[in-house]
Design a protein around this ligand. Structure first.
Ligand SMILES: Cc1cc2nc3c(=O)[nH]c(=O)nc-3n(C[C@H](O)[C@H](O)[C@H](O)COP(=O)(O)O)c2cc1C
Length: 452
């Protein structure tokens, strides 16, 4: 560990690579953009992240194609292949990189998910991670014969029971049962290996778990919900949080909030890493990067995308609205959102009328058109600048306890991380705040987590 000029130990930064996914951060219309399904794209991003000694590769998930106004929402990237299939294939072409998959606890079953993660952890020699998400909407559930079966307020009670049930399954093998003694003909030392029985409000299952204990014992657990219940769930159970609070003030507030919840579960600060999502635009100079960032924002919010964003708030058809004119003069339609389907709840507007008033005030104050306003209020590039500027900024945020690192979301698939790996990472390494080589082999070791 290195120390700062004031003698304070410098925190080590953790970095993850988010495969560009289903939202308008990803610019599929960019001339440099390639396929988001072709295996070579996954390989490119994963191998770039591993070359740069990242902690992990991260796959988000959407279980139903989003729709808006009854049409598939192809202004975002459309379509995702199956998570476990992709991660298992990546395990074969990477060696140290953690492999994190987003798997929903509402529409799946503990036995199947535990089996998949235990298998991935074996195949990857201890690199599996599970981002537990709780989307419960009926629209998505229809794909699983589970349209509307779980009330929203039960999403975390099911998630926590689900997760703890998988832990019972993982722990049904201690790790020393398979002896395969050729002389005595004994395969298992313990005839009860893998036995489980679980009965709760949500599950009633029993049997034998098919996968012997995996290298990490249990996959690393990530959590991405932002509500109070989501944060509590993370404090009780997760090893890392994928948050959306990447700025100094919001990051510090979130960091203090979730770390402050740990003590009542008998846990310590280092047992929960806070990793906000972050986008970046690199340039040769800060001015060059700012110019590029402007172009990227315009690509991310095309005129058509601006209208779709307006419709999500106004909850009505605005297909004839002029994106280059002012915001709609009327208030949003209050009630259930019938226009946009399949969006994660974190992206839904909680008080549409109040938000519309804020947007109108902002647009009037700054003289913005509808599209310019959407560019201003939706998303931001977290890090814009030269490699030097971005390395300094990332390190400052981590040392100031606004995070423990970042999950980087490139806007171009699959080459969007190349320049970061080549220019920012070496600077972080020179400053002694990011590993120059992997020291461990498992993801738990990369993240400094205890073995369960
Ligand atoms: C940064 C971030 C990323 C998320 N990514 C996904 C995702 O890829 N797939 C998904 O189904 N839900 C995703 N979610 C949704 C949450 O995981 C969560 O299930 C949902 O927001 C409900 O929990 P909440 O009410 O606590 O926010 C994400 C949330 C956040 C904050």
């Amino acid at each position: 560990m290195t120390v700062s000029p004031e003698g304070k130990p410098r925190k080590q930064i953790h970095l993850a690579a988010h495969f560009p996914g289903v939202n308008n951060t990803t610019v599929w219309s960019d001339p440099a953009a390639g396929s988001h399904i072709d295996f070579r794209s996954f390989v490119h991003l994963a191998q770039t992240a591993e070359r740069a000694k990242f902690d992990l590769f991260f796959l988000a998930e959407g279980l139903r194609l989003r729709e808006q106004g009854g049409q598939i929402y192809d202004l975002d990237v459309v379509g995702r292949p199956d998570t476990f299939t992709v991660l298992a294939a990546l395990a074969a072409v990477t060696d140290r990189l953690g492999l994190a998959g987003t798997i929903n606890s509402t529409f799946n079953e503990p036995y199947e998910v535990a089996r998949q993660f235990a298998s991935l952890d074996h195949l990857s020699a201890g690199r599996a991670a599970w981002n537990v998400v709780t989307s419960w909407d009926a629209f998505t559930g229809e794909n699983f014969r589970r349209g509307g079966f779980l009330p929203q307020e039960q999403r975390y009670s099911r998630a926590e029971t689900f997760l703890r049930t998988t832990w019972e399954l993982f722990d049904s093998w201690k790790g020393d049962e398979v002896v395969a003694d050729k002389d005595t003909g004994t395969f298992l030392s313990d005839p009860a290996a893998g036995t489980f029985a679980h009965r709760s409000e949500h599950f009633d299952i029993s049997g034998r778990f098919t996968v012997p204990r995996s290298p990490q014992g249990r996959p690393v657990i990530l959590q991405a919900g932002d509500s109070d219940e989501g944060r509590e769930f993370a404090a009780a159970t997760a090893d890392a949080i994928f948050s959306r609070h990447g700025t100094l003030e919001a990051g510090q507030a979130f960091y203090a909030d979730v770390k402050g919840r740990l003590a009542k579960y008998g846990r310590q600060d280092h047992q929960l890493k806070v990793l906000p999502a972050a986008t970046f635009v690199l340039g040769d100079t800060d001015a060059d990067a700012a110019e590029k960032a402007d172009v990227v924002r315009k690509q991310q919010v095309s005129p058509a995308t601006a209208i779709k964003f307006l419709e999500q708030l106004w909850n009505t058809d605005l297909s004839t609205h002029d994106p280059d004119g002012p915001l709609p003069a009327f208030d949003p339609v209050v009630g259930e959102n019938t226009v946009a389907k399949g969006r994660a709840s974190v992206r839904m507007h909680r008080d549409p009328v109040a938000t519309a008033h804020e947007w109108r005030a902002l647009a009037e104050a700054k003289g913005l058109t509808s599209r310019e306003l959407i560019i201003e209020v939706t998303g931001r590039q977290n890090f814009i600048g030269s490699a030097e500027t971005i390395a300094t900024r990332i390190n400052d945020l981590v040392q100031a306890d606004a995070s423990d690192g970042f999950i980087l979301v490139p806007h171009v698939t699959p080459g969007g991380l190349d320049e970061f790996a080549d220019t920012v990472v070496p600077l972080l390494q020179e400053r002694g705040v990011f590993r120059a080589e992997y020291t461990g082999t498992t993801l738990r070791e990369h993240l400094g987590l205890d073995q369960p």
